[in-house]
Every structure is written in C-alpha cells, then in structure tokens.
Design a protein. Structure first.
Ligand code: NGO
Length: 500
C-alpha cells in the first residue's frame, strides 16, 4: 500500500498546497534560470544561489533568459497574472524542474523562501553538508492575508548593532515578514545620528538600561540596514518616540526642556516620566530637523512618531502635539504611524495606528478612518515571559506561551474592529531584559514564527496542526544558529534530522 505524499511543514502556511508522490533532486549541475528581463528578478535568483551554495557546495550559476534544462530552478515573472497579488507566487516542483512564478519580484522572493523550506533543513547550514538535497513534488499557490507583517526591535533600551539587525532581517525574510520597525529612541538611549543635533549621539547614545555603554547607528550604518532590508523586501519603519519617552533627547539638549535644565541620563526601566516641552517652538524645529533627516534616509512610506504613555504631558497639550507632529511627518513626505494613545487626538486620514493594549483607543482610531497594525501585548509582545520559569522577559501583560502567540485571529482580536480596518500584525521585541543575541533569539523564537503565520495565512489555522509543523523548524533554526526556546509544548524533531 502506498502512503499519501507528505504535507510539507511550511511556515507560514500557504494558501493552497498539493503534494504528489515523487521527488525532484537538486543536483550539482543545477542552474537557476531567470525567464524575465528584469534586474530585480535576477537579483532574487542570485540571493537564492548565495543562500544554497554554502551547504550544498554547488555552483548554481544564474543565467538569464536561457532555455531551462533538466534539473534547473526556473524563475519567471508574469506581471499580468492578477491572481498572484503583489506578494503572491506559484511554485511547481516537478520531477525534472522546479518552477517559481510571481507577478512581482517580492512574490518571486517569497517563492524562493518557500523553496528553501521545502529543502532539508541542512541546506540552511553555513557549512558544507553531505547528503541529498531532495524536494517532494508539490504545487503551491500562495499569497498573504495582510500586507503588514512586522517585527519591532527596541534598540533604545539595549543597543543591537548592524550585524545583529541584518541577521534578524535574514530570519524575517525566511518567514515572509516585510516590516522592520526600529524603535530608535527612548528614555535610556538615542540610537540614530542626526547631523544637525550631534549631541543626541554624543550624549544621548552613551547609556542603556542597567548602565551599559549604549551605542548608535551612524547615518551610513542606518542606510546600510535600510538597503539590506529592501533587498529582502523588508521596509524599515524608523521610530522617534515622542512626546514622552524622551529623556535621552532632553539629557543631550537641556534647551529642549521647559526649564532649560538637562536631566541626568536614565538607566532604569520606568516609563512615563519625561516629556518634550509642548509650548516651545524649539521642540518643533528640533523635530522638523530630526524627522527631515530620517525621512531622507528612509525610502519606505512610513515614519513612526510614538505617542504612547505620555503620562507627563498635559492631555490637551498632547492632542495639539500629536496633530502638529503628523503634519511635520507629512511635510517630509511620510505617513505617520503612532501608538494607539494618539487616537485621543485628531488623526490624519492617512494615519496608521498601532494597537497594543486598549481596545477602546483602537476603536477610536478606526472611527477616525485610521487603519490598524495589531500588536496586542497579551499575544505578540515577544518581550513577555513564556511562563513562570522564564529567565528573561517582563510580565506586565501576562505570560505568553508559544501557543498563545499563535492561536489568535487578527480579524477578531479587537471587538468592533473588522478585517478591512486591519493592515496587519507586528510583534514588538522590547529590550529591557535582553542585551545579547542569545537573549534576543530566546525571546523571539519560536514565537515570531507564529506571528508571521497569523499575518500571512488565512483564518482557520489550528494550534494542533501548527505545532507539528513548527516542530520541524527546530533543525532549521538550529542550522541557522538561532538559539530558540525549545519549549516543551512543541514536539521538536530531533536535531539529527537536520543531517538527513
Ligand atoms: C509598553 C511601553 C514600552 C515598554 C513595553 C514593555 C509600549 C507601546 N510602551 O509598550 O515602553 O518597553 O511596554 O513591554
């Protein structure tokens, strides 16, 4: 009796997957053939080759517009194929060839990430791995449910450098995430160089939670991150916090405070004690400079202008401030995204609001015509502890198991908010309790995979089925050197399977 072909353990789960019996063998003489006169498509092909080379040891030359032959990977663009959407793709693994088709280079890129997940986990190793690189025959048709699938990294409480951020971008791409929100400033640190206000990094960058050395991105490094992300179809969304969470800015320039006296640097983890001086024109000249420089370095459509926990700002001042800062962002050609407290003020029609803890504020944002990015703290705050025994993480929003981060539906996360009001989901990783790659990996993985699936895959997912798929990502994450939390709620497959 023959067994049914296995369902491939892809994350996020594609729209339609039809496995068949049989296999395609990726061999030493395979080429990657690009059947499109498009430099971006060729670039996607080169990224794929670079990804597969170290573990396979194959040359995988990229050739453009040649006739594909037996054993090749074939990438094509069909801009007219509307059914594929802006980020969708079709992938057909046949006995002699694997064909990847999309309407856009982004879709093609996601097809290559799916192909990568169809290969044995060992293909993701940085070292040469013996063995066969075989893919079960399958036809996949896929496109995302939501356009905003984000991760936020807080580099302000503790700093993470360019290399760490690039590594995260690589991992985001594997799971089809497309927005990297960088929380660049907070009470404890200012992490982005601003030419017109040099003390922000001279003074404001020199601290971190717990009194560590801090750090910052130079303008060139920030641009490098933006480029690296863009090459992997990830938009960087930079955040400058305001009007609260600004102690590092005020410590750098005393003239920004109402009494003109610079406060001491802050290295604790309290919130809500600092505020820009709302009545001072210098505040707006400052923000115009900062947002202007940042906007010029950021090709994406959005800048995040904070807005949360402004407990030291008078409520009517707060409203006036939020309205004015949206105009500043717009003047620099950007749409503003703000934490949901901003719904207390008048929002521009193009504003995007990030929901994190108060459904009432989320509804107020929607009633003003804003779209929501969902980051419910009880589900997707990656900085929450997993359980009582977690050595890292905070607990103010409760504990978030691997299941809890996965097992929710964005369409009914906020009562009274419908799917059409939701742009997508984003998982924030606040860094009060982490300052190393190991800590970051442990909090983010595997929960980030569940959030990625909540953002990409259609409703009707189940934890019972997901946990079996997730289990098979253990070897892949291990091959990539990710120090994930091997939580016992998931039946992890033994790491030995990575060497199949
Ligand atoms: C809150 C707060 C942040 C904290 C975080 C910790 C928001 C939007 N503001 O989320 O300053 O770092 O919780 O979980």
């Amino acid at each position: 009796m023959s067994r049914a072909p296995a369902f491939p353990p892809l994350i996020p789960k594609p729209l339609a997957v039809a496995p068949r019996r049989g296999a395609f063998q990726l061999g030493r003489s395979a080429r990657i053939v690009v059947r499109a006169d498009d430099p971006e498509a060729a670039r996607v092909a080169r990224l794929l080759a670079a990804r597969l080379r170290p573990a396979t040891g194959y040359r995988l030359p990229v050739s453009v517009s040649r006739e594909p032959g037996s054993g090749d990977l074939v990438l094509g663009l069909s801009p007219g194929d509307r059914a594929l959407g802006d980020e969708g793709y079709r992938l057909r693994v046949e006995p002699t060839m694997a064909r990847l088709d999309a309407r856009t280079p982004a879709g093609l890129f996601y097809a290559t990430q799916t192909l990568r997940q169809l290969l044995p986990a060992s293909v993701d190793s940085a070292r040469r791995r013996p063995g066969r690189f075989e893919i079960g025959l399958v036809t996949i048709h896929d496109r995302p449910r939501f356009g905003w699938r984000g991760l936020m990294l807080d580099v302000a409480r503790h700093f993470f450098d360019v290399g760490e951020v690039q590594r995260l971008i690589d991992l985001m791409a594997l799971y089809k995430l497309n927005r990297l929100h960088l929380h660049l400033t907070d009470d404890q640190g200012w992490r982005i160089a601003v030419r017109s206000w040099p003390n922000l990094t001279r003074v404001g960058a020199s601290t971190a939670v717990g009194g560590g050395p801090g750090g910052h991105f130079t303008r060139r490094q920030y641009a490098q991150i933006v480029r690296y992300a863009r090459d992997r179809f990830v938009d960087v969304v930079p955040e400058i916090e305001m009007p609260g969470h600004v102690n590092a800015a005020l410590a750098s320039y005393g003239e920004l405070t109402c009494d003109g006296v610079a406060p001491a640097p802050y290295t604790g983890i309290d919130v809500g004690f600092s505020s820009f001086c709302i009545g001072k024109e210098l505040t707006y000249a400052f923000l115009d400079d900062v947002l202007g420089e940042l906007a010029a370095l950021t090709p994406g459509a959005y800048v995040h202008v904070g807005g949360d926990e402004a407990f030291s700002t008078d409520p009517s001042d707060y409203r006036a401030f939020v309205e004015r800062v949206q105009r500043i962002a717009r003047r620099h050609g950007k749409r503003a995204i703000l934490w949901e407290e901003a719904a207390r003020a008048r929002l521009q029609r193009t504003a995007v609001v990030q929901h994190w803890h108060d459904p009432e504020l989320a509804r107020r944002a929607v009633s003003q015509g804003a779209k929501l990015v969902l980051s419910p703290s009880t589900r997707v705050y990656l900085d929450m502890k997993y359980d009582r025994g977690s050595p890292l993480g905070l607990e103010w929003a409760g504990r978030t198991s691997v299941r809890k981060a996965y097992d929710w539906d964005p369409a009914d996360a906020v009562e009274g908010v419908a799917e059409r009001d939701v742009l997508g989901v984003e998982a924030p990783l606040w860094s009060e309790t982490i300052d190393t790659r190991a800590g970051l990996d442990w909090l983010a993985f595997p929960r980030l995979l569940g959030v990625a699936e909540a953002g990409w895959s259609e409703a009707g997912r189940t934890w019972r089925e997901y946990r079996m798929r997730l289990a098979q990502h253990g070897p892949r994450l291990a091959a990539l050197g990710v120090g994930f939390n091997a939580d016992p709620s998931v039946p992890w497959s033994s790491l030995a399977t990575a060497d199949r």
